[in-house]
Design a protein around this ligand. Structure first.
Ligand SMILES: [Zn+2]
Length: 58
């Protein structure tokens, strides 16, 4: 039983290690990498319906 749980946790960890897809915390849509005059940032793919933006980390 505990083996199954451990396996699931490992799988989730592997998925979390991939920073490929970012999600908008406001609406749950994907964030897109955008390039503005002040540099790169993530913007919600539902813009302008949702105007969430996030700074790009190093
Ligand atoms: Zn959004």
């Amino acid at each position: 039983m505990s083996d199954e749980v451990k396996e699931e946790a490992t799988e989730a960890q592997a998925a979390g290690a991939k920073p490929a897809r970012k999600r908008c915390p406001k609406c749950g849509s994907n964030l897109k990498l955008r390039h503005g005059e002040f540099g790169s940032y993530y913007g919600c793919s539902r813009f302008p319906v949702c105007n969430y933006t996030e700074k790009v980390g190093e």
